[in-house]
Ligand binder design. Structure first.
Ligand code: ADP
Length: 253
């Protein structure tokens, strides 16, 4: 991949690999050493890409973008909003291409109601202090990036399928990072939260939240709480808060 387009961005250091296990694993290792703020790990292929809960994220060679951004948070950085930063950056880049992206809370990006990208945020703690936050992003460019249908828990798509033509990985990468850098200083603002909330899929629709225990919560999707938690209204009209955790959101059947 030609990374010349990144030269004008205020990044830390850039590490590019033809093939890695997982960009998040390398980013965490590097963050544990001396990676400067806004350093990135990019790979052309992941052989052990991860979703949440040790689910697999597929990144076959040359078909997708696998990117991890290392943040050195300040004391007042709202860590629970960093997943929104990744989601806004990817959706900004999709909007630039003329697409209509939506965010499937908490960590997936949809085009035409299908998953085109996923975000995996992992934090490196030093006692109670976050030493680094790694925002991992995987974006499907061609249909070869998609896992076989039977391996999917939600329909998937690629930028190429949604656009009807190929998209440049280099240009998309630059747009994602430019947006990430521009929005980071605003991460604590109301505007940031509003922009994030406006892009949520299933607004005012009935959804189900599936917990790891398989317990299902039903409700109408209202929006976001200040910390990025999801706000639902249940059948009795009560407001429920769903925290970012290992829960999955699905539209109600
Ligand atoms: P969810 O949020 O949908 O519950 P995760 O965020 O943990 O799931 O993402 C992992 C899941 O995404 C995998 O179990 C698999 O079904 C799906 N998946 C894996 N690779 C891809 C890909 N390249 N594109 C779309 N979906 C994928």
């Amino acid at each position: 991949m030609n990374l010349k387009l990144l030269e004008s961005l205020a990044l830390g250091e850039v590490r590019y690999f033809d093939s890695v296990g997982s960009t998040n694993d390398l980013a965490i290792e590097w963050a544990n050493q001396n990676a400067p703020h806004l350093s990135i790990v990019i790979a052309d292929e992941q052989t052990a890409g991860r979703g949440r809960l040790n689910r697999k994220w597929l990144t076959p060679k040359g078909t997708a973008l696998a990117l991890s951004v290392i943040l050195r948070p300040e004391e007042n950085t709202p860590l629970s909003r960093t997943v929104g930063l990744g989601a806004l950056a990817i959706t900004d880049a999709c909007l630039k291409l003329g697409l209509a992206p939506q965010i499937k809370w908490p960590n997936d990006i949809l085009l035409n109601n299908k998953k085109v990208a996923g975000i995996l945020v992992e934090t490196l703690w030093d006692g109670a202090t976050a030493r680094a936050v790694v925002v991992g992003m995987g974006v499907n460019f061609t249909k070869e990036a998609l896992p076989p249908a039977e391996a999917l828990n939600f329909p998937a798509t690629s930028l190429e399928s949604a656009l009807g033509k190929a998209a440049s990985r280099e240009e998309f990468l630059r747009e994602v990072l430019a947006s990430f850098i521009a929005r980071l200083p605003q991460i604590a603002s109301a505007q940031f939260l509003n922009a994030w909330a406006e892009r949520l899929a299933y607004q005012n629709e009935e959804v189900q939240i599936i917990a790891q225990s398989d317990e299902i919560t039903h409700g109408k999707l209202l929006g976001l709480e200040n910390d990025g938690s999801l706000s639902l209204q249940n059948a009795n009209g009560n407001r429920l808060t769903i925290r970012y955790g290992d829960v999955s959101l699905r539209p109600s059947a």
